[in-house]
Design a protein around this ligand. Structure first.
Ligand code: 0O2
Length: 208
């Protein structure tokens, strides 16, 4: 009956999402181990902090609608690659690329797509390096490769992105006036200048 069908759909959906939850755990521990290794091996670690999140069902639904694909397991599996999200925040801009190189060398990670919003910032001024990856998940039934998005950015880029995201949310997206957008863009430029200045200071210290 309809009730049985409904129950089956929910069960299948739960199993499907569980795979992503497992991938999040896996990816998080992989990154934390890299971070710990750096801290113990070298005096300096490029990691400032790490944050993880699972996409909320609301956000997932919104994105599916925006993309115009069906809200089904297949629709989600084939079109949404950021159900698992991991953000790595660094101190300096070149640390972003240092971490990227490090991830590139791993056998348990496939880098499927790179979106470099540091070299090509978004119109908002947003900067970040986005990697669409697949992480290896070893299950009793075999190996699964599960998609995830890794965002790598500096503290200054993160300050801009997190604060601007909050404002967008507060004012319910497209409501931001041009004046506000311009002001935010200036904040993004100022954040970039902070990164440049910090790098200069560090380079001076390294040379001295
Ligand atoms: P959440 O989950 O709340 O962070 P695509 O799949 O490539 O067609 P998508 O996913 O929009 O399109 O690609 P993109 O732009 O590479 O990644 C979107 C994510 O980047 C956003 O997640 C934000 O986390 C971040 N982002 C992109 N542009 C901006 C921006 O202008 N300001 C801020 N603050 N963040 C930005 P979501 O989808 O918003 O969801």
């Amino acid at each position: 009956g309809a009730r049985e069908d409904y129950r089956q759909i929910i069960e299948e959906f739960n199993d499907f999402i569980k795979l992503y939850e497992m991938a999040l755990l896996e990816l998080q521990s992989d990154i934390e181990i890299i971070e710990l290794e750096w801290q113990t091996r070298y005096e300096y670690s490029p990691f400032e902090h790490i944050k993880t999140r699972m996409k909320t069902p609301q956000s997932l639904h919104k994105k599916i609608e925006r993309k115009g694909v069906p809200f089904t397991i297949e629709g989600i599996r084939d079109n949404i690659f950021d159900i698992v999200g991991l953000r790595i925040v660094t101190s300096f801009e070149d640390d972003v690329y240092k971490i990227y190189e490090l991830l590139k060398g791993r056998n348990d990670l496939k880098i499927k797509r790179v979106k470099d919003y540091i070299k090509n910032p978004k119109p908002s001024g947003y900067k970040s390096l986005h990697l669409i990856v697949e992480t290896e998940l070893i299950l009793s039934e075999g190996i699964r490769w599960v998609p995830a998005e890794i965002q790598i950015r500096t503290l200054a880029m993160d300050f801009f992105a997190s604060t601007e995201h909050k404002l967008q949310y507060k004012y319910n997206t497209k409501e931001l006036s041009q004046e506000m957008k311009d002001e935010l863009f200036e904040v993004a430029q100022a954040s970039s200048q902070l990164d440049e200045k910090m790098t200069k200071v560090r380079n001076t210290i390294l040379i001295d």
